[in-house]
Ligand binder design. Structure first.
Ligand code: HEC
Length: 154
């Protein structure tokens, strides 16, 4: 075998070994209990589940590739960050003011079309929001905000 061939084989060997080694680092792929799921009209809930729940709920659908490093690290990190920002499974435990703030963020994220994130949309075309989904979500957010303004204890 020529020298170039041996070097290529050695590089491939190292790459395969490295791939094997990184699989050993454990990644927590958890779904904590659902304590207070958001109560939204059926169509809104369906859209949130389809486009947002994988990262913003405790009902993440952990797919096969999310078990393979380094993709697993990225996915677990996204879910952790996403749940920290908004967790629809804990929605009812938020204070009204917190809920309002999160609704406002959602309105902004929808307006700017930054959610779901681009990489996720690529992997899951079904998660993309159509114009009518976005419009319905925005309308629901505005209704929720208006109602919470009127609620006692505001
Ligand atoms: C692939 C995972 C993923 C999906 C799916 C996803 N998000 Fe996010 N989201 C994140 C992550 C990670 C963050 C925190 C980091 C950031 O702001 O980019 C975040 C942050 C947010 C924030 C707060 C941050 C801000 O700057 O306003 C809002 C609001 C939000 N997401 C709304 C949504 C909505 C609504 C959907 C569904 C239409 C959705 N997300 C779908 C991962 C996701």
């Amino acid at each position: 075998m020529r020298r170039g061939g041996i070097i290529a084989l050695a590089i491939a060997g190292v790459a395969i070994a490295a791939f094997g080694i990184i699989q050993l680092r454990p990644v927590a792929r958890t779904n904590p209990p659902v304590t207070g799921d958001i109560a939204a009209p059926a169509t809104i809930e369906a859209t949130l589940r389809r486009s947002c729940y994988d990262c913003h709920s405790n009902e993440t659908h952990w797919r096969w590739y999310s078990a393979i490093a380094p993709v697993s690290w990225m996915v677990a990190h996204h879910v952790e960050l996403g749940r920290k920002e908004i967790d629809f499974s804990d929605w009812n435990s938020y204070y009204p003011a917190t809920r309002r703030r999160k609704l406002e963020w959602m309105g902004r994220a929808l307006h700017e079309e930054v959610m779901p994130p681009f990489s996720y949309r690529l992997m899951h075309p079904g998660s993309r929001l159509r114009d009518q989904d976005r419009a319905a979500l925005e309308q629901w957010i505005n209704t929720e905000l208006a109602q919470s303004e009127k609620a006692p204890g505001h």
